[in-house]
Design a protein around this ligand. Structure first.
Ligand SMILES: [Zn+2]
Length: 154
């Protein structure tokens, strides 16, 4: 039983659950926006174009039953809008991720190619050199750029 509780704790704290909860909440809020967009803005415009047809009132009487195919059309349009919006968001996020990966790559390449500099004459010296070939000064290993980072952590 204890193992079961621990497993449940782990499951909750893993982050996936929280992400999922956020997704669900944002998703339902997003759904109401899309519904409003479709019902209040797009469908009236469609109605104007199609000559004053209110989609949600479109029905066919069939025997005693009513087939509300207008609502069905609304649902299809809702779905298309949601799919399109999500496609745009995912596309934007992919572009952002590619850009940031590119930037990180450039930064890393710059760090790797950074040449150490003599602290006295500021001429470039070879990695690991202890004496500057330009001014002849002794180069303290700690002052060569690249190794001087992380100032004295107490
Ligand atoms: Zn020098």
């Amino acid at each position: 039983m204890k193992a079961f509780v621990n497993e449940f704790k782990e499951f909750i704290s893993r982050g996936n659950v929280m992400d999922m909860a956020v997704g669900v909440v944002v998703g339902s809020a997003f759904t109401s926006i899309v519904n409003s967009l479709v019902n209040d803005i797009i469908m009236p415009i469609v109605g104007i174009i199609t000559g004053g047809i209110d989609f949600s009132s479109l029905k066919i009487g069939l025997g005693g039953a009513q087939i509300a195919y207008g609502n069905f059309l609304n649902a299809i349009i809702n779905f298309l809008i949601v799919a399109f919006a999500i496609f745009c968001v995912v596309k934007a996020m992919n572009t952002f991720r590619e850009k940031s990966a590119e930037l990180i790559g450039i930064q890393k390449a710059e760090e790797e190619t950074a040449t150490p500099v003599c602290p006295f004459c500021f001429e470039e010296v070879k990695e690991g050199a202890t004496r500057c070939p330009h001014c002849g000064a002794e180069i303290p290993a700690a002052q060569v750029p690249g190794t001087e980072e992380a100032p004295a952590e107490a």
